[in-house]
Design a protein around this ligand. Structure first.
Ligand code: FES
Ligand code: FE
Length: 433
């Protein structure tokens, strides 16, 4: 079956087999060989600031608790009791001294260790508690973002991110104080394959002018909006290890700015950009800061730099995913700017936002159309500017292709996806792509 799978991503000709968005056996492989092996975004440090703070989320379909233990470390462990398997924690977030199971009262620590279960009365001599703690994942952070991984052999987070850290810094390292998530989490279910969200954000600027035409007209308050933005020859697709960033348009055209029209924002962003130039250099401040461009950290964590909606596409089967989204801001951001940015996120990229449903409808239909066996047999075109990627750009790290309207990042994403799915061991997966 692996040979069959390998034929489904044709990098040379830029073709993708539609079955990767539909088949159950491929989805099971994704859970086993990708989600159980890869580093996955699970939280922002600001969500688990104090001892006992926790959030729950998913790594693949494994429900996990992300919790700040009294040793100061963040622990990530499975949310399923080792007695009869009941779910232990039902809250999305909160503060806990321990997690106690509803069924028979087994109690677990904020590091996942089994603490007790009426041993004096019943269990004396029948259990070794050390063997029945919750399964911990490895945990590493990158500038405020918490990642976890269930595979002991996986390379370190630093290598997993590779050259992409240079791009991540554009949103994570603008100021000395760093970033935080504000407001709550917005959740939404889609009847679509999770990869459609990830590949859209990894490099699909081509859809923006068409899919979001009416929304863009609405926020531009009746102004003329071209169906396609002019092709800036210096705009680019950048990818490394399957992660991708597209952009490179000068200016501070953030969605917050577009949707609020507040002039104090311009002043704020221009000022921030000057500070950022001092930290990260002119190039990133000029070309990458604040533009309406998008990015995906392989496999399923995406964001829009500028408006800073951060989101995970959590798989719920081959034909369904749950989107969880947060707004990220610099800790130093003044209150009234925060408010504008958060409102802009809700207005644009939330279930009630003007752009989100446009995308969702496309992804649901692109998935559901594959129920037809004849339809499903025709491959899809991913060949726009394929083969134009180069690794020796004098300014930009990673694999670069210009201009940004292309399928280059999408193909790099599926190449990495195939690296994981077809590998027997870590030796088969190139450390850097
Ligand atoms: Fe959790 Fe029995 S299932 S205590
Ligand atoms: Fe979109």
């Amino acid at each position: 079956r692996i040979e069959e799978l390998k034929s489904m991503v044709d990098l040379q000709n830029g073709r993708i087999d539609r079955r990767i968005f539909w088949e159950d056996w491929i989805y099971q492989l994704e859970l086993e060989k990708l989600f159980a092996k890869s580093w996955l975004f699970v939280a922002h440090e600001s969500q688990v600031k104090n001892t006992g703070d926790f959030v729950t989320t998913y790594m693949g379909q494994d429900n996990v608790i992300v919790s700040r233990h009294k040793d100061g470390n963040i622990h990530v462990f499975t949310n399923s009791c080792t007695h009869r398997g009941n779910r232990i924690c039902f809250a999305d977030r909160g503060q806990a001294r321990q997690f106690t199971c509803n069924y028979h009262g087994w109690a677990f620590g904020t590091d996942g260790a089994l603490l007790g279960m009426h041993e004096e009365t019943h269990y004396e001599g029948y259990i070794n508690k050390a063997e029945h703690g919750l399964q911990n994942a490895r945990v590493e952070t990158y500038k405020g973002l918490v990642f976890a991984c269930f595979d002991d052999e996986a390379p370190r987070l630093e290598d997993f991110l590779g050259d992409f850290r240079w791009y991540l810094d554009v949103i994570l390292d603008q100021t000395e104080e760093g970033t935080e998530f504000i407001g709550g989490c917005i959740k939404n279910m889609y009847n679509a394959n999770w990869k459609f969200g990830a590949e859209n954000f990894v490099g699909d600027s081509l859809h923006v002018g068409w899919t979001h035409a009416s929304g863009t007209r609405a926020v531009s308050k009746g102004g003329e909006v071209p169906e396609y933005m002019p092709v800036d020859p210096e705009s680019f697709h950048a990818n490394a290890n399957g992660h991708g960033w597209e952009g490179g348009t000068d200016g501070v055209g953030t969605l917050a700015l577009i949707s609020s029209g507040d002039p104090t924002l311009v002043e704020y962003f221009e000022n921030e950009r000057k500070n950022m130039a001092k930290r990260l250099g002119e190039l990133r401040a000029r070309k990458l800061y604040g533009s309406v461009i998008s990015a995906t950290v392989f496999p399923n964590f995406s964001f829009l730099p500028g408006i800073n909606t951060m989101r995970t596409w959590l798989p719920k089967g081959p034909r369904q995913f749950e989107l969880r989204a947060w707004t990220m801001v610099n800790k130093s951001m003044p209150d009234h700017i925060r408010e504008i940015v958060q409102n802009a996120c809700v207005m644009t990229f939330s279930p009630s936002g003007i752009f989100e449903m446009d995308d969702g409808e496309n992804w649901e239909n692109a998935t559901q159309a594959n129920e037809g066996v004849v339809t499903r047999k025709q491959s899809l075109h991913y060949g726009l500017r394929s083969g134009t990627s180069r690794r020796d750009d004098p300014e930009l790290p990673g694999n670069i292709s210009k201009p940004m309207y292309s399928d280059v990042n999408q193909l790099a994403f599926y190449q990495r996806w195939m690296d994981y799915l077809s590998a027997d061991s870590w030796d088969d997966i190139p450390k850097f792509r």
